[in-house]
Write a protein that binds this ligand. Structure first.
Ligand code: SAH
Length: 380
């Protein structure tokens, strides 16, 4: 059975052609699935009955299964989604006054092993499929009552107005599935989001940053975290392969086609590691030729991390140093902490297949608050 959520509009069109159906059918189906959130061919009233029956034989529209659904006092809502074989990922919706941001995952676990990241500590299981990535948005819209009604003017504000690929995993390491999902987010027959409202966050996979620029340039966030190769090699090991000089050059190239005229640099603040005045000056120096904004993330501790969060005064001082140099710098605020939905508090479930962490983690743990949390992040 093919899952139609696995196709972007072009590949759905190709699939329909294989079935001897016209291209407009694919656009029609796309609207039913993605705009109206329908998973039952029977409800697609403007599709011929014979085609509906044929589709029901050949295909399905299968979104993710929620294992949990929690809402925080501040309205932040978190779903734990079943990814099969004992794996699960989390998706978080963050409502704000003028927008609603959905933070979605791209992989079960992550292979990059950033030293301060709980997902990295859990190891890597697999890439999510296109259906599983776009399924997070599809599911959230349905759950939030945000699906559109056929025939009703839909020019109004969207409930999910922004999407950030800042959940579990490295989106650029799952390039094909992730970009197919991006195309659906942008497609007018699907979610119709503007490129500026979709953000991919990367630890710095330089060749894939160029590919993204050339194929689906959306807003880009880069997890910087250090201003020297010596420190970044330690915190973000992919830096050994793509050091800062190359990363900065890739950021500059990205800006040639980026929908926004700046790169967002994420910078986790780790007490005594990268949070001094000298670090702030080094960061300014490193990035001075790149139009950018900074999003400072005070470290969210998890058991056994070995790192500490700096004091609020330290965080403010670091921010101030950037702002004094005329660089926009925001501090990422904590949302949904009463349901463990804040950055660094999320607990998905990863059956590590790389076995890197067997010594530290032991056998796969049951899903509890104590299991190593997955960090899901929200763009400011
Ligand atoms: N792999 C991508 C997507 C992850 S986004 C990337 O690296 O950008 C998640 C963001 O949260 C990244 O900037 C990541 O470095 C940061 N992060 C990870 N663990 C954290 C923690 N414990 N506290 C605060 N931020 C963390």
């Amino acid at each position: 059975m093919v899952n139609l959520l696995d196709f972007d509009v072009d590949s759905l069109t190709a699939w329909f052609a294989q079935q001897g159906e016209k291209p407009f059918r694919a656009r029609q189906l796309s609207r039913w699935m993605h705009r109206f959130g329908v998973d039952d061919f029977g409800q697609m009233t403007d599709v011929a009955k014979s085609l509906r029956a044929k589709l029901a034989d050949l295909a399905e529209i299968r979104g993710p299964q929620p294992l949990r659904d929690n809402t925080a006092a501040d309205g932040t809502r978190k779903w734990l989604l079943d990814m099969g074989n004992g794996n699960a990922v989390e998706t978080v919706f963050i409502p704000e006054t003028n927008r609603g941001t959905l933070c979605i995952s791209s992989q079960v676990g992550c292979a990059l092993e950033c030293s301060f990241c709980s997902t990295g500590k859990q190891g890597f299981n697999r890439n999510l499929t296109t259906a599983e990535i776009i399924g997070q948005l599809w599911h959230a819209n349905r759950m939030l009552g945000a699906v559109r009604q056929p025939g009703v003017d839909d020019s109004g504000e969207r409930v999910v107005s922004n999407v950030v690929l800042m959940g579990m995993g490295e989106p650029l390491a799952n390039f094909d599935n992730m970009t197919a999902a991006l195309r659906l987010m942008l497609d007018d027959h699907a979610y119709g989001l503007s490129r500026r409202r979709v953000t991919v966050s990367t630890a710095g996979l330089v060749p894939a940053m160029d590919r993204l620029r050339d194929s689906v340039p959306v807003a880009l966030a880069v997890s910087l975290h250090a201003a020297t190769d010596a420190l970044r090699d330690e915190l973000v090991p992919i830096n050994r392969k793509y050091p800062l000089r190359e990363l900065m050059a890739a950021c500059r190239r990205y800006l040639e086609k980026a929908p926004r005229d700046f790169i967002t640099f994420e910078y986790v603040l780790l007490a005594g590691i990268n949070d001094s005045d000298a670090d702030a000056h080094a960061v300014l120096q490193l990035t001075r030729t790149i139009p950018c904004k900074f999003n400072l993330i005070p470290f969210n501790p998890f058991p056994g991390s070995g790192y500490r969060r700096p004091s609020p005064e330290r965080v403010r001082r670091f921010q101030e140093l950037l702002i004094n140099a005329d660089v926009v710098a925001t501090v990422r605020k904590t949302r949904g902490d009463d349901i463990d939905a804040a950055c660094g508090q999320l607990a998905g479930q990863v059956k590590d297949r790389t076995r890197r962490h067997a010594a530290q983690v032991g056998t796969a743990r049951p899903l509890t608050r104590q299991s190593l949390p997955i960090t899901l992040e929200v763009n400011a």
